[in-house]
Design a protein around this ligand. Structure first.
Ligand code: FES
Length: 128
């Protein structure tokens, strides 16, 4: 099988045409956060925490379900991506019955795109 070339965060990488962005990122050491993805399960793209920005694509596709393409340019940590992930995590945390944590809109993200535990994370009110 021939290989294709794409860029992730400006770094040129090679991939097989049947790989997803997440598989290639994992192979190259690029960290993309995830909740619903596991390598032994079929990806379903439900949590959206692996959203990435791709040149020429509308919206923020899920890295776990989006196949790579030759010449693709992917960014994993733009402000738009980090804001989107923060919002998705906030929404997810609100749907967990008995959840005691919520991610505030102002939660700081670290360099890998995850949020530092800090005093700014506040207890969540129970669902009605
Ligand atoms: S890891 Fe959940 S949508 Fe990709």
């Amino acid at each position: 099988m021939h290989s294709i070339k794409l860029r992730i965060n400006g770094q040129e990488v090679e991939a097989k045409p049947d790989q997803t962005i997440m598989e290639v990122a994992d192979h190259c050491g690029v960290i993309i956060p995830r909740l619903c993805h596991h390598p032994f399960l079929k990806p379903n793209g439900s949590c959206r925490l692996c959203a990435v920005e791709i040149a020429g694509y509308r919206g923020l596709p899920a890295a776990c379900t989006t196949p790579v393409a030759d010449g693709m340019e992917v960014w994993t940590k733009t402000p738009k991506v980090l804001d989107f992930r923060r919002e998705m995590l906030r929404l997810i945390s609100r749907t967990i019955p008995g959840s005691v944590w919520a991610v505030p809109e102002t939660a700081p993200a670290n360099s890998s795109g995850w949020w530092r535990p800090s005093a700014s994370i506040s207890p969540m009110r129970p669902l009605p």
